[in-house]
Ligand binder design. Structure first.
Ligand code: C2E
Ligand code: CA
Ligand code: CA
Length: 598
């Protein structure tokens, strides 16, 4: 097979010959290696006719380093003819000698099938049915699939591409192209991607000294989204490069790779994981012109044990450790341990406990009154969910909301809260009792749930008094993240007269552009700001100007988390309209709130 790797029916191996020179014009089915390797058919044809520029041996090398095989398919008689087959002993089993002759298309597929990984064999056979291929080419212009093959115990990724032959409708041209190495690498940083990392790490660990301690690290750039939003994606990219360089110089990894977006994975000796080094990673500054942004590279650390579990498990554990780092200042890394594991099992548990909890009515609506800053009178309330878990007792939303958000269950809960608010206020109305509008919290995930959104829109449409009973609170990041989804629904709700509140204003980084993009009725100043009253002059200035800005944009302002009289006094002078916080009221159960209103 080696010597005949170029089939010679069309004399393609000899570009000097007349036939080769004319091949493009005279024989529509001919594909020279040059044509297939270069994208522009014209240039390729030119090059291939001039042996002084690139001779056939060079073409052969080029082909061998990319294309496993290039073939044409005659559609009427379903025959495959091979134009090129790579010279490599490893491929001999896959592309056998029979491929030197013409074979029928079905046998071609049947010969390849056993080399495809087992789970892909059936789809491989059915997808590559010639009629199916032709249909797809007619519809989309080409047929492209990635299949995985095992070659000498190595799993390789192959792109199978079949396209029409513009010179003759009766023929198709096919390529099988090895894309393993491009899949192994991350296109952006050129470090390993997940698969390449796993391969390399596996090799390294096999050869590494048993008495040296290693760890696998999963990183997360805290504040990355803010950098992207503030400075643009290009700056975000620069931060990724910056992070990679810092990680390399500080942790001296044996192997490093990038998973998606700002997450790197690496293996390093434990000796490199000193407090000082981790502190350097925690205190990074990105500078662009005169602008500066501080960010933290957070590390989830998994100490390797022998025998090591699979790379996937190690990455999962390091990631879990990273996700368990408390969102508090001064925390930037976490080592995977039993506690982290228990936290994870807990989260799984919470998620599966939701349905029984709904049946047992364990989710309660609590109400936190919001008062007028000047009169101290209750003008509205925020509805906050509480879970009275049968076994675990009272669980705070901070624990279960993120779990339900990532599992998608949050929308069930938010709908439940909306229903509870509506029935609470409707009942009071019926009994001629005072009502105040109560705001329900919508999670960013809710905007992906069209059923919930339609439900709310219908509720407000069919019940004109609903807008006096219930308002909607969205977080700044929900709005910034989901520009299109969120804004479409929020605009429709606003058209129906529903008041929309912007929650946690000032906790993210995109505040001002958020305000400009949508006309919110109320801006809720984040607790983090309020805490700095009396402590930080700069924050006080920001609060004052945020209140003025909101007023200029026709929005009222509610301060959240007001706990002291000093905070209240400052906010009154600054012109803040409403106050929510323990200074006046804590969140309370429905009957208590009901009594309070009475
Ligand atoms: P949030 O929307 O910012 O709600 C305000 C949180 O601040 C509440 O915590 C409230 O109890 C607390 N808070 C109010 N005043 C003070 C104060 O003076 N001092 C202090 N230290 N805290 C105060 P909670 O109820 O634990 O809720 C936490 C977060 O969980 C909420 O933050 C909200 O993002 C989310 N959440 C709560 N209920 C729901 C819900 O029904 N649906 C959704 N999607 N999220 C909810
Ligand atoms: Ca809220
Ligand atoms: Ca809030």
């Amino acid at each position: 097979m080696q010597d005949n790797s170029y089939t010679d029916k069309h004399n393609m191996t000899d570009p000097d010959s007349e036939e080769a020179n004319n091949s493009v014009e005279t024989d529509a089915t001919v594909v020279t290696p040059a044509q297939t390797a270069a994208t522009g058919a014209n240039t390729a044809a030119q090059l291939s006719t001039d042996p002084d520029i690139i001779n056939p041996h060079v073409w052969k090398i080029l082909m061998d380093h990319g294309y496993d095989c290039v073939f044409t398919i005659s559609i009427p008689d379903r025959i495959v003819h091979f134009e090129h087959i790579t010279v490599d002993h490893a491929y001999e089993a896959i592309y056998p000698d029979t491929f030197l002759e013409e074979i029928d298309y079905r046998s071609f597929c049947d010969t390849l099938r056993p080399h495809v990984v087992p789970e892909e064999q059936d789809p491989f056979s059915s997808e590559l049915e010639l009629d199916h291929v032709c249909d797809e080419i007619k519809e989309r212009g080409d047929f492209v699939r990635t299949v995985h093959m095992i070659v000498e115990d190595e799993r390789l990724s192959k792109s199978v591409r079949i396209q029409s032959n513009i010179y003759d409708d009766n023929y198709l041209i096919g390529f099988i192209y090895d894309i393993s190495s491009s899949l192994d690498h991350d296109w952006m940083t050129d470090e390993y991607a997940r698969f390449g990392f796993a391969k390399k790490a596996g090799e390294l660990l096999k050869d590494s000294a048993d008495d040296t301690a290693y760890s696998l690290i999963y990183t997360n750039i805290k504040g990355f989204k803010a950098i992207n939003e503030l400075f643009g994606e290009q700056s975000g990219d620069m931060v990724i490069f910056h992070a990679r360089d810092i990680l390399k110089s500080v942790l001296k990894p044996l192997v490093i790779g990038r998973l998606e977006s700002d997450h790197f994975i690496l293996i390093t000796e434990d000796a490199n994981l000193t407090k000082e080094n981790l502190k350097i990673l925690a205190n990074q500054t990105y500078t662009e012109g005169s602008r500066q942004y501080d960010f933290t590279i957070r590390c989830g650390i998994y100490h390797l044990t022998r025998p090591t579990p699979s790379i996937t498990i190690m990455i999962d554990r390091a990631r879990l450790a990273e996700q368990s780092i408390p969102n508090l200042e001064g925390y930037s890394y976490m080592v995977y341990n039993d506690e982290v594991r228990a936290g994870y099992i807990n989260r799984q548990q919470l998620s599966s406990d939701m349905n029984p909890a709904l049946e047992k009515d364990e989710f309660k609506a609590y109400y936190q009154p919001i008062v007028d800053a000047y009169s101290g009178k209750i003008v509205s309330a925020e509805t906050l969910v509480r879970w009275k878990h049968g076994k675990l007792g009272m669980i705070s939303p901070g624990q279960f909301i993120p779990v339900f958000e990532s599992s998608g269950q949050i929308s069930i809960l938010d709908k439940l809260m909306a229903d509870k608010v509506m029935s609470f206020n409707s009942n009071r109305c019926k009994n001629n009792k005072k009502i105040v509008p109560c705001a329900v919290n919508l999670s960013r995930v809710d905007f992906y749930n069209s059923a919930l959104m339609d439900y709310l829109i219908e509720l407000y449409t069919n019940n004109p008094r609903a807008k006096d009973c219930m308002r909607i609170e969205v977080t700044e990041s929900a709005y910034a993240n989901l520009e299109s989804n969120a804004s479409v629904y929020l605009r429709r709700l606003k058209e129906l007269g529903v008041k929309i509140l912007l929650d946690d204003f000032g906790s993210g980084m995109s505040s001002l552009s958020t305000l400009e993009g949508f006309e919110f009725d109320t801006v809720k100043l984040d607790m983090g700001f309020i805490r700095k009253i009396g402590l930080n002059r700069k924050s006080e200035t920001i609060i004052r100007s945020t209140i003025n800005l909101s007023h200029a944009l026709n929005a009222t302002v509610t301060a959240e988390g007001v706990e002291t009289v000093e905070q209240l006094d400052f906010l009154k002078v600054a012109g803040c309209d409403y106050i929510q916080g323990y200074y006046f009221y804590k969140p309370m159960p429905e009957d208590e709130f009901s009594d309070l209103l009475d």
